[in-house]
Design a protein around this ligand. Structure first.
Ligand SMILES: Cc1cc2nc3c(=O)[nH]c(=O)nc-3n(C[C@H](O)[C@H](O)[C@H](O)COP(=O)(O)OP(=O)(O)OC[C@H]3O[C@@H](n4cnc5c(N)ncnc54)[C@H](O)[C@@H]3O)c2cc1C
Length: 307
């Protein structure tokens, strides 16, 4: 069994840590930002493969994660709930490239204008303020640790036999990877108004994701934008788009806001790099789908560590 340092305490690093601990490794997580301060905490977090590549690997990781999250939904403490929802389109659209990752996808035959096509399916919805602390408690239960520390290089040498690089956008520095770039996203939280279905319109994108006591309303996708300052005009546009999609939201009270930077790359980097004294497993660049890919990637990381 290896001694593993996981760098990063977002959904990717924490999921990898849990899997490695379950396989009997000794695992210490190091992170500059604690889980609720990460990009992962800003995720909506609907299971949906978005802005992550390549399609084939992403479909396989998404499918594995779907099944694991569906299993976790059986534990109310995890914050995972399975919800039916609908994705709408303003033009005729073929089945999505990831359709084999979900057990069933149903075409909706009639939609009100301006939508002309839609499909519905059941998807995991993950309440990140509950789920991230739940993952941390799993790590503690299994004997792992979590320490806040900002690194300027990946650990190397004694004590770092294996390093999992799950630093998200931070891998620009830690792995010297200039192909990583941010896609800024902004969300608004409103009171629960009795919604139990999620809604998604990729144009915008616009999404409405109900949780137990609030609703996450999004969104935006600004490529190459590093500014995490909230834009109040954008909030108004998001709410107007969402109310067009789900009229019940028209008078919902706003509770809060969040801005996050999706760690985007031409393809997710999940591979082993053999350094002089350390084996590094890179696992970053999950774009707009870190939650959706988390368990599939964690399983593959664990396989590389074991191998
Ligand atoms: C508005 C918004 C909505 C989204 N909605 C969804 C959704 O519905 N479904 C979905 O699947 N995904 C969604 N995403 C995408 C998802 O949030 C990301 O893909 C995911 O958070 C990436 O997780 P991560 O663990 O790789 O990175 P992060 O959550 O960013 O974590 C990176 C970790 O690495 C640490 N780190 C970085 N640099 C260093 C360093 N130098 N030293 C030490 N530690 C370091 C950080 O402190 C942090 O702990 C959304 C994103 C946004 C912004």
């Amino acid at each position: 069994m290896a001694r593993v340092i996981v760098v990063g305490a977002g959904v990717v690093g924490l999921s990898c840590a849990v899997r490695l601990l379950e396989r009997g490794h000794r695992v210490d997580v190091i992170a500059r930002d604690l889980p609720l301060e990460t990009t992962s905490a800003a995720a909506a977090a609907l299971w949906y493969p978005y802005r992550a590549y390549p399609f084939e690997r992403v479909t396989a990781w998404s499918k594995a994660t779907y099944h694991e999250l569906a299993r976790l939904a059986g534990d109310a403490a995890s914050g995972v709930v399975m919800r039916q929802g609908t994705e709408v389109h303003r033009s005729r659209t073929p089945d999505p490239w990831w359709s084999s990752a979900v057990p069933a996808l149903t075409r909706v035959s009639t939609m009100p204008a301006p939508y002309v096509d839609a499909w519905s399916f059941e998807a995991p919805v993950v309440e990140m303020p509950v789920y991230l602390p739940w993952l941390v408690s799993r790590i503690a239960e299994l004997g792992g640790t979590l320490t806040r520390m900002a690194l300027n290089a990946l650990p190397d040498g004694p004590g770092a036999e294996v390093v999992v690089d799950a630093a998200g956008l931070g891998a620009r520095l830690l792995a010297g990877d200039g192909s990583l770039s941010p896609v800024r996203g902004q969300v608004v939280y409103v009171d629960q108004v009795g919604l139990d279905r999620w809604w998604l319109d990729e144009s915008g994108p616009t999404y409405v994701v109900p949780r137990s006591s609030d609703i996450v309303v999004g969104g935006s996708a600004d490529e190459g934008e590093w500014d995490r300052t909230r834009d109040p005009d954008l909030d108004r546009q998001i709410l107007a788009r969402a109310a067009e999609l789900v009229p019940e939201l028209r008078h919902a009270r706003v509770r809060g806001h969040k801005v996050g930077l999706r760690p985007t790359r031409p393809s997710v980097r999940l591979e082993l790099e053999q350094r002089r004294k350390t084996r590094v497993v890179h696992c970053y660049g999950h774009g707009g789908a870190g939650v959706t890919l988390s368990w599939g990637c964690a399983d593959e990381v664990a396989g590389l560590v074991d191998g």
